[in-house]
Design a protein around this ligand. Structure first.
Ligand SMILES: [Zn+2]
Length: 279
């Protein structure tokens, strides 16, 4: 209980007058006594209760800056949250939230800086998060996210982690030499040391296979980096960097790999993980 509270109060923003600690109860709604003070409240601690949805009067707390709703049984977040224009921190760890539980216009919330959806049922990165203009910290551990969509580029550009991530994902188009080399490899065009200069022969030898099991492609220096989250020993979900031959390879075939040929894909991911961890 003290964790969220102390971090919220460390900047002196919240006092006992404007914050309300209602954590560790069995609340299914907000107590009546709080409603007349709704506009004064800046911080609400509602973690470890029995809420299955946002409290009925939630939209009245228009000056709320921080709310912790962790460890409840929230199955949805209603549109009332969109009234909280000052809300900077939203913590909803360990609920039952899915992608469909998040309001369509959630990305329009003007002040949200910290969003913590760890330990929920998200199947993909909600596109609304990439639209949040002030987002600085995003916590999504313990969900079921397999793919990070290209819309991650839309995340605010001044976050150093995001900047590096997006830069790493930028794809340079392959050179003509690369494209010619790929065709020679894929079509198994025969050549001898009398046909090509030594440097081209060495170049052709450096071809790497695309890791997409549905793609027979190769690449030389132009590859697409894609982050995939894989189960490891059924215990952890680890990010795995995989290299693909082209951006289109990462969009359609890999997605279908994950639904249609889960086993193949998981096997190759496990093999690669073994290589990463064991050398
Ligand atoms: Zn490929």
């Amino acid at each position: 209980m003290a964790e969220g509270f102390s971090s919220s109060t460390s900047d002196g923003e919240f006092s006992s007058e404007n914050s309300s600690d209602l954590s560790y109860g069995s609340l299914t709604n907000l107590p009546e006594f709080l409603i007349p003070r709704a506009k004064e409240i800046r911080s609400l601690l509602l973690q470890n209760n029995s809420l299955t949805k946002l409290p009925d009067s939630f939209g009245l707390f228009i000056n709320l800056i921080s709310v912790d709703l962790s460890n409840n049984s929230l199955a949805s977040i209603c549109n009332d949250i969109l009234h909280l224009k000052s809300l900077r921190t939203l913590i909803v760890r360990n609920n039952g939230l899915k992608n469909s539980s998040i309001p369509k216009d959630f990305g329009m919330m003007p002040s949200l800086e910290t969003v913590n959806f760890s330990g929920n049922e998200l199947g993909e990165l909600p596109h609304q998060f990439t639209e949040l203009k002030k987002l600085k910290s995003l916590y999504l551990g313990g969900n079921k996210i397999n793919i990070i969509p290209s819309s991650v580029k839309n995340l605010r550009k001044n976050n150093p982690l995001v900047v590096k991530f997006v830069q790493d994902l930028v794809h340079d188009p392959p050179s003509l030499m690369e494209l010619a080399g790929r065709t020679i490899k894929i079509e198994r065009v025969r050549y001898t040391k009398y046909d090509l200069p030594e440097n081209l022969i060495q170049y052709l030898k450096s071809a790497q296979r695309c890791v997409n099991p549905k793609c027979k492609g190769v690449y030389f220096t132009s590859r697409v980096e894609s982050v995939k989250f894989v189960d490891f020993c059924g215990k952890y979900r680890l990010p795995l960097m995989q290299y693909l031959c082209s951006p289109s390879c990462s969009v359609t075939p890999v997605v279908s790999c994950q639904s249609d040929t889960e086993t193949d894909d998981e096997d190759s991911a496990k093999a690669m993980m073994r290589r990463v961890l064991l050398g």
